[in-house]
Design a protein around this ligand. Structure first.
Ligand code: TMP
Length: 250
């Protein structure tokens, strides 16, 4: 049985996990230890950055939207058999997650041309691709997250063949699940970025899935309801995040 002391130290009012030492602060999130070495707490900030943090701002309420939207999407994916790091929501801005050793690879999946792909190949935005495109980017802000391929990844020992196969399979499955989910909410999933990591030798989906990490366009009008409103100074940023929140949670 858990002693009274142990119980007090791990569980706060409302059954929340106690936040321990801050172990990492990123541009949009802070990660804290808990009393359980296998569990971390992820705190979502309102801070927004773009272009490797050369552009900075605040999107009021973004942390709450991204935390709750991510939680809802992780639960959806888990229900369809995708293993994620998500354990449970703790508060408006915090979720409990399994400790991951994150792979230094950002996986981007694209359904419609936009952003980096349009720029790199000089293709207009908005062309529906014949099939999804999967890209790997090396997670290195100092190098601007360069595009690289499976040969680089394997040769550098960042992942094995089997691990990359698993990452690819999960990423394409996630795309199908999320595309259908957003489509029911009158949104086109243009593209998104995923991060995977290892927990006890198992590959789990990590990080977040939110308007920061997805491009979401309203069907028909193609109105941008994601971080591109901040990146491109389009205005109506907070409203766009709230609109996604309403559609996802509603
Ligand atoms: P990109 O077109 O700029 O490569 O972005 C592809 C997707 O990845 C887009 O939905 C936004 C997301 N993304 C991130 O989550 N973090 C980043 O640092 C960047 C550049 C893009």
């Amino acid at each position: 049985m858990m002693s009274q002391k142990k119980c007090e130290s791990t569980i706060q009012k409302g059954g929340e996990m106690k936040k321990g030492e801050k172990i990492y602060e990123g541009k949009a999130k802070i990660v804290y230890k808990t009393d359980d070495p296998d569990l971390f707490i992820q705190y979502f900030k309102d801070d927004a950055t773009a272009f490797d943090a050369t552009k900075r701002g605040t999107i009021i309420g973004k942390g709450v939207v991204n935390n709750k939207v991510s939680a809802k999407l992780f639960e959806l994916l888990e229900s369809k058999g995708i293993p994620t790091h998500f354990v449970k929501l703790l508060s408006d801005r915090e979720m409990l997650m399994k400790r991951l050793k994150i792979m230094p690879i950002e996986v981007t999946v694209r359904n419609i041309t936009a952003g980096g792909m349009s720029k790199m190949l000089a293709i207009e935005e908005g062309i529906v691709l014949k099939e999804p495109v999967l890209e790997y980017h090396y997670k290195r802000d100092d190098l601007h997250d360069p595009l690289f391929n499976e040969y680089h990844i394997k040769a550098l020992g960042l992942a094995t063949d089997e691990e990359l196969d698993r990452v690819d399979t999960l990423s394409f499955e996630i795309n199908e699940i999320l595309k259908a989910f957003f489509s029911e909410r009158n949104l086109d999933l243009v593209d998104f970025k995923l991060e995977f990591g290892k927990h006890k030798e198992r590959i789990l989906l990590g990080d977040e899935i939110s308007p920061d990490t997805c491009r979401l366009w309203e069907k028909g009008t193609r109105k941008k309801l994601d971080k591109d409103r901040f990146r491109r100074d389009l205005g109506g940023i907070e409203e766009a995040y709230q609109e996604v929140y309403k559609r996802v949670m509603g």
